[in-house]
Design a protein. Structure first.
Length: 445
């Protein structure tokens, strides 16, 4: 029968991969060739490959075939935070921190302790946040060019939680969402959890291909567009004002929401107006302070059209009830006294310095990114294997991410993302020198 034969085929191939008889990077037979070799139906071979892919043992690449994964690189690397050995350098996740930030926190805790409202911090808070905290965030958004009524602001547990409650508020299972072909992995996780239908948009040097978006909206019921117009993760683009206006026009004509992820927007000085500033009636603007202040400070915010606010409040209540009052109080103090603005300016300069290091140490390689970003994208030649390079780097105690977790299209491109913000500049320089040497040996020869 088909079921036992399919299971036996999966077990045999899985054993060959795990024992090394099928080496990392090896191209497997086509579905038809495998079926002929094993004497099974093509549909059985297809099912076997799908099972191996779900197990993290192979990867399918559109137009190229099915390849054995390098098992030294965990499936989903770049989505799920992996433990990094104490002697390894983490170029997978960013933890940008500046000297003196711990002193800022120490002083903030003292200030809160003598403020006289500790009792209020021990109680449940309003689901969307305290009025004074929402007002602080509103003023912060105003400095970023967005006129925001505090009643349209909700405090959330970081930008990822903001995206989650946004999805819960305006989308449902089966809804079509237009996303970039390379996008933030955290949104992919949400889309999978909430059973959204992601439609990938090809990327250009300056943003998503809006011609494709327009055709998509004409042929499918696109419910939302997920966009990172200011400093895209992982490609670092900043969309032009003209393209932003065109995106808004397409969304309006299609009746689609815009979900604007501004998590890294603080790194760009004087960008074009945010989408929420131009189209406040259809845009849900999501950001937070984890990137700009500290990753452990899980305070984020959502700015939404007024009719959506009650739906977001319900989602906040269902997921976390309210943001912890102590961290929110500290964050809003820093918003009001200029600390956040100061830290953001310092981190822009820090990111620029790290990009300069990357440009120098990786000279000659086809880097893609922004001059004040904390990450850079390294496309590899078509015949190279990103998982093999990532495994080689891992053996040299360097952790990076492949393109796989960022990819929403049928097959991931051969590329790696290098996060530049989690090690000191001296170590970063030496580490990138090693990355260049190994990349040239492994992929660019």
């Amino acid at each position: 029968m088909a079921a036992p034969r399919y299971k036996a085929l999966v077990d045999a191939l899985a054993s060959d991969i795990r024992t090394g008889r099928l080496v990392a990077g090896a191209r497997l037979p086509t579905h038809r060739a495998l079926a002929a070799r094993e004497g099974v139906a093509v549909v059985t071979a297809t099912r076997a490959y799908a099972e191996l892919e779900a197990m993290g043992l192979v990867s399918r690449e559109q137009g190229r075939g099915t390849f054995v994964r390098d098992l030294a690189v965990p499936p989903g690397h770049g989505i799920d935070q992996q433990d990094v050995a104490t002697d390894a350098v983490d170029l997978n996740f960013n933890y940008p921190s500046l000297p003196g930030q711990s002193d800022l926190l120490r002083q903030a805790l003292r200030d809160v302790a003598v403020a006289g409202d500790l009792e209020s911090l021990l109680r449940y808070q309003p689901h969307p946040g305290r009025p004074q905290d929402r007002a602080s965030i509103s003023r912060h958004l105003g400095r970023r060019g967005i006129t925001a009524d505090p009643d349209r602001v909700l405090v959330v547990n970081g930008a990822q939680h903001g995206l989650a409650v946004t999805v819960m508020a305006v989308l449902k299972a089966g809804d079509v969402v237009a996303v970039d072909a390379l996008t933030y992995p955290g949104f992919k996780v949400l889309a999978h959890a909430f059973h959204l239908d992601l439609e990938p948009l090809p990327t250009t040097a300056d943003g998503p291909d809006l011609d494709v978006l327009e055709k998509l909206c004409a042929t499918r019921p696109v419910r939302a567009v997920y966009a990172m117009p200011t400093l895209h993760n992982p490609l670092g683009w900043v969309m032009t004002e003209a393209d932003r206006l065109r995106l808004i026009g397409i969304a309006r004509r299609s009746g689609a929401w815009i979900v604007e992820d501004a998590s890294y927007a603080y790194l760009v000085e004087h960008p074009p107006p945010p989408l929420a500033a131009t189209a406040p009636d259809i845009t849900l603007h999501v950001s937070g302070l984890s990137k700009s202040v500290a990753t452990g400070l899980r305070v984020g915010f959502v700015l939404a059209p007024a009719p959506v606010v009650p739906l977001l409040e319900r989602a906040v209540r269902a997921t976390t009830w309210n943001t912890p009052a102590l961290t929110t109080a500290i964050a809003c103090r820093w918003l009001d006294d200029g600390t956040v603005d100061q830290l953001e300016a310092q981190k822009r300069k820090d990111a620029e310095a790290r990009q300069a290091i990357a440009a120098a140490e990786l000279a000659g390689l086809p880097l893609v990114g922004h001059p004040s970003s904390y990450f850079t994208w390294l496309p590899l030649p078509d015949d190279a294997r990103a998982d093999r390079l990532a495994a080689t780097l891992a053996r040299h105690r360097i952790s990076v991410s492949t393109a796989e977790p960022f990819t929403t299209s049928a097959g991931p491109p051969q590329a790696i993302r290098l996060a530049l913000g989690s090690t000191d500049p001296h170590s970063l320089r030496a580490t990138l020198r090693t990355v260049r040497r190994l990349a040239v040996e492994d992929a660019f020869t």
